[in-house]
Design a protein around this ligand. Structure first.
Ligand SMILES: *Cc1c(COP(=O)(O)O)cnc(C)c1O
Length: 454
């Protein structure tokens, strides 16, 4: 197994290089040279396999020989050591709750796998250097992960990398634009995690990170890497919970009712991972991308015209993307064929008013509290089922974050305060530690260069 760049210029690399560099030098996304194909017998066996073993078997072909088996088993076990329950909301719609991880969002899965892989590779290179006695300062540098966040990514990355030796993490987040729980998740880790509170928007944070990766001085001083969902080590493990959902589905419904899957989508990494699982032979149904007002893909599927737009802000802000980075990978799975794509993927888009009203309605009618992203998915699931009513259609939605992470919107919608889950109560007693930072690359760069050697 190797990885090629969808930019088609850069040379092929192994999993290790793809994970360490994130993006190919030609700015293309890495894509696996082959999609593993599980046999009918393997799929049958997967039905009852424990989560950790299943995770190992799914990830093994992608990682190949770059991580030894025992270590990969440990990494997989740690990646998925929480629950992924499939919870019925209505007779036809169930939620795959992906918010039982340490930061209450599905991004925990990708961040945990990526952090442990980078930790493994950092340790490996430290050992190699000791062996070769070639202790040259420039190759002894720690890895520095730079990441901009609108909320969920930063928390998951901070938590995933906390205490990982040989890796430091710097998180840029927009001041006043992340929720209280999200901010505590970003700013209370300490150790190898540094939070920068940027006087600006998420776009400003992203622009600074982008400039940093291009800057010769910073690249000379640091071993920079990104932790965004473009990284194969964050993207590919997201397949795992589609397998876990399917295990629960067949246990409940047997083999004959297709499991259609609605995914609240922003950068399209999550849904693209599900489509990889299906391409590997997992018998999944139709995919539905649920979008907010940022609906490039919804319009593309309707018109075959792909028109990038500037992102607009919505209450489901983790999906505010004007140009979904991972969509090119979906096209690659589909061999760039539009008719094949529309057979497997649909998309619906909703505005904030509908989304908020749905949180209220689902709470009142079914006693289930959706977060704004899940609410967009619920609307899409209802519409998809209506469009396919004659087939006795059932669907699952991916509930990508716990509602407590979006208290302003959700509490107004349901007229109740949301209880903070026991697993994150401890955060409430912690003190925020963040470095204030102006929204300019120049300010950030001089801060970074001053830090070297301290
Ligand atoms: C990141 C995120 C999404 C979007 O996921 P993509 O993989 O970028 O499509 C959806 N919901 C929540 C809560 C998120 O944090």
């Amino acid at each position: 197994m190797h990885y090629y760049s969808l930019g088609k210029i850069s040379p092929n690399v192994d999993f290790k290089t793809a994970a360490i560099t994130g993006q190919a030098p030609d700015k293309g996304l890495y894509f696996p040279s082959e999609i593993p194909k599980f046999s009918k017998e393997q799929i049958e066996r997967f039905k009852t396999l424990d989560k950790a073993t299943l995770a190992y078997e799914v990830m093994k072909p992608y990682v190949a020989a770059t991580i030894d088996d025992a270590s990969l088993k440990t990494i997989c076990g740690e990646t998925i050591n929480f629950d992924f329950p499939l919870v019925a909301i209505t007779e036809d719609i169930a939620a795959l709750e992906l918010f039982h991880g340490p930061t209450l969002a599905f991004k925990d899965v990708g961040a945990r796998f990526l952090s442990r892989c980078l930790g493994y590779f950092a340790k490996q290179s430290a050992n190699n250097k000791q062996d070769s006695a070639e202790k040259n300062n420039s190759t002894k540098k720690d890895t520095t992960v730079l990441v901009a966040t609108s909320g969920d990514t930063g928390g998951a990355v901070a938590n995933g990398f906390l205490g990982v030796e040989g890796v430091n993490v710097i998180i840029l987040y927009p001041k006043g634009k992340v929720s209280p729980i999200q901010e505590l998740q970003l700013t209370t880790c300490g150790q190898n995690i540094t939070a920068l509170e940027v006087e600006g928007s998420f776009d400003d944070c992203q622009a600074i990170v982008k400039d940093a990766f291009m800057d010769a001085d910073l690249n000379a001083a640091y071993n920079l890497t990104s932790a965004n969902s473009i990284n194969v080590a964050r993207w590919l493990p997201q397949q795992l919970y589609y397998f876990f959902a399917w295990q629960q589905w067949v246990e409940h419904y047997g083999d004959n009712i297709p499991m259609h899957i609605v995914v609240p989508s922003g950068n399209f990494g999550n849904i693209c991972a599900g489509m990889m699982a299906k391409a590997s032979g997992l018998p999944l149904g139709h995919f539905v991308a649920a979008c907010n007002a940022n609906n490039v893909v919804t319009r593309y599927l309707a018109t075959e015209k792909y028109e990038v737009k500037k992102a607009v802000s919505t209450i489901s802000n983790a999906m505010d993307m004007g140009n979904p980075g991972n969509f090119v990978r979906i096209m690659e799975i589909m061999h760039q064929d539009f008719p094949t794509l529309v057979k497997l993927l649909s998309s619906y888009s909703y505005d904030d008013i509908n989304t908020q009203a749905t949180i209220t309605r689902v709470y009142n009618d079914y006693g289930y509290t959706l977060d704004p992203h899940g609410a967009v998915a619920f609307l899409a699931a209802e519409e998809f089922i209506k469009d396919h009513e004659y087939e006795n259609t059932r669907a699952i939605i991916l509930e990508t974050a716990h509602p407590v992470k979006f208290p302003e919107v959700v509490e107004e919608a349901i007229g109740q305060t949301i209880e903070v889950p026991a697993s994150v109560q401890f955060l409430l007693n912690k003190e925020k530690v963040a470095i204030p930072m102006g929204a300019s690359f120049g300010v950030f760069k001089s801060w970074m260069l001053n830090k070297v050697g301290t």
